[in-house]
Design a protein around this ligand. Structure first.
Ligand code: NAD
Length: 486
């Protein structure tokens, strides 16, 4: 496989090209610290070319296909992903460091399902007839926006691209995908597969390069109608400012500091599992990670002891080993950032009850961190407020239901939350009170292409997945036809 990774090019208008300036960037395997590929590092001229190609495809071949034909191509792309799950999963692990189990069993199949889910929607996006006053036939058309730029982060490089590309294409838009600099390989593989299954050239373009140049050029480009972004809240704000000049439509899926609220009457064994996977799945580099564990005071010590016991058994390992459940932090920069947060947690009075250090898997290489749990955290501490985006859990206790809700909502973020209780009325009551775009009851981190996902507050706006995403990739045209007979 490695030989195919030599030098990766940009996919523009169905052709593989070097960056116009000839620049490249290295892709590093975070588990070994080795350079595993180089990719083209695009500039503004390449963005211009991609927008041109996407615009031509939008006005040309893509607009001539029927909605059902678009759906058929999306279905085929999903099929191809299912078939290639092992190869694409290995690529995802290679550049991201996540366990191969997650890449091949979760990320790639979920991306494939997303394409097939929206394949079904392609010919069901329809307008309405409206009973207006007077003698008119008035109806609406749901039309595509044009060229969509999908800008995605490094934590779920393929899946978060699918969440944007699938509904965008189903609705008849064309797409320029810009993956994160650290994780461009699966985006390029997806572009290649789209060509193989028969998407017309220019419908899906992949432009690799830094966010500060390529990303910004996409955000400012007048030929782009919409930015679909997942990433950091501060980047989201910059994108919003940048998109204002050309009044682009934007959807932003941003950070989180999600509370996992455990009441004393919960099934505690299930809650222990939920608390552990809620934060350590995906190395905690999950926007919806349950990074704040809120536990009722009466059970806190007993409960936390069990969570810590599980965490201590979760040793980081070689991400390519199918038995590994905790991989490498995605990059050196992120590794250092997470360790700084752990130090800050200690300095501000948090008590480490598990982990707390970098880990070595026996190779002396790679960016591994032990699953880390803090007890004695108060809501004011940095580790209770800021998104760490790593395997670090902050435990906060509460006295009763009101305090649980208040503390859960004491965050600028509002992406996800969970509540653990056997009391069905309490579960629904708390679910309504939590300020979050997703609330899980007695479970954590479950997703489906049909269920909308997105944030409240500074976790962003707009929804991905489900029928709700379609409204972010269409615009409404109202047509009035005079039926008066003179
Ligand atoms: P990031 O914001 O640094 O980068 C995300 C993408 O934006 C990358 O492709 C990057 O190159 C690009 N980018 C950077 N600066 C840009 C600019 N000025 N203009 C345009 N594009 C720019 O985020 P990251 O570090 O890659 O990802 C981690 C963050 O993503 C975390 O904060 C996490 O919470 C968030 N996230 C959110 C969700 C969600 O659904 N809400 C999902 C996954 C990750």
């Amino acid at each position: 496989m490695e030989t195919t990774l030599a030098a990766q090019k940009l996919l523009i208008g169905g052709e593989w090209r070097d960056a116009s300036g000839g620049a490249t960037m290295d892709v590093v395997n975070p588990a070994t610290e080795e350079v595993v590929a180089t990719v083209a590092s695009a500039g503004r001229a390449d963005v211009d070319a991609a927008v041109d190609a996407a615009r031509r495809a939008f006005e040309g071949p893509w607009s001539r296909l029927s909605a059902r034909e678009r759906g058929r191509l999306l279905w085929k792309l999903g099929e191809r992903l299912f078939e290639q799950a092992d190869r694409v999963g290995r690529l995802e692990t290679l550049h991201n460091g996540k366990p191969i189990f997650e890449s091949t069993q979760v990320d790639v199949p979920a991306a494939a399902e997303c394409f097939q889910y929206y394949a079904g929607w392609a010919d069901k996006v329809q307008g309405e007839t409206i009973p207006v006053k007077g003698n008119s036939f008035t109806y609406t058309l749901l039309e595509p926006l044009g060229v969509v730029a999908a800008i995605v982060p490094w934590n779920f490089p393929l899946l978060l691209a699918a969440w944007k590309i699938a509904p965008a294409l189903a609705c008849g838009n064309t797409v320029i995908l810009k993956p994160a600099s650290q994780t461009p390989l699966t985006a390029l593989a997806l572009g290649a597969m789209a060509m193989e299954v028969g998407f017309p050239p220019g419908v899906l373009n992949v432009v690799t390069g830094p966010g500060s140049s390529v990303g910004q050029a996409l955000v400012e480009h007048p030929g782009i109608a919409k930015i679909a972004f997942t990433g950091d809240t501060s980047t989201g704000k910059a994108i919003m400012r940048g998109a204002a000049e050309t009044l682009k439509t934007i959807t932003l899926e941003l950070g989180g500091k999600s509370p996992n609220v455990v009441f004393a009457d919960a099934d505690l064994d299930a809650a222990v599992r939920g608390a552990t996977t809620g934060i350590f799945y995906g190395k905690g580099e999950v926007c919806a990670a349950g990074s704040r564990l809120l536990v009722e005071r009466s059970i806190k010590d007993e409960f936390l002891a069990k969570v810590a016991e599980r965490a201590k058994k979760m040793r980081p390992g070689d991400p390519m080993d199918p038995k590994t459940r905790l991989g490498a932090i995605a990059s050196k920069g992120q590794f250092e950032r997470v360790l700084r947060y752990i130090e800050k947690g200690r300095a501000e009075g948090g008590v480490v009850v598990a982990g707390g250090r970098a880990a070595d898997i026996g190779t002396g290489k790679g960016f591994f961190i032990e699953p880390t749990i803090f007890d004695g955290v108060t809501p004011e501490m940095t580790i209770a407020r800021e998104e760490i985006f790593g395997p670090v859990l902050a435990t906060i206790e509460f006295a009763d239901e009101d305090e649980a809700i208040a503390r859960a909502n004491q965050s600028g973020y509002g992406l996800a939350a969970a509540v653990w209780t056997r009391d069905i009325k309490k579960a629904h009551y708390v679910a309504r009170k939590l300020q979050a775009g997703t609330v899980w009851v007695n479970t954590y981190n479950v997703y489906d292409a049909a269920a909308p996902f997105g944030g409240y507050k500074q976790s962003g706006f707009g929804r991905e997945l489900g029928a709700h995403a379609l409204e972010h990739y269409t615009q409404v045209k109202t047509v009035w036809v005079d039926l008066n007979r003179s």
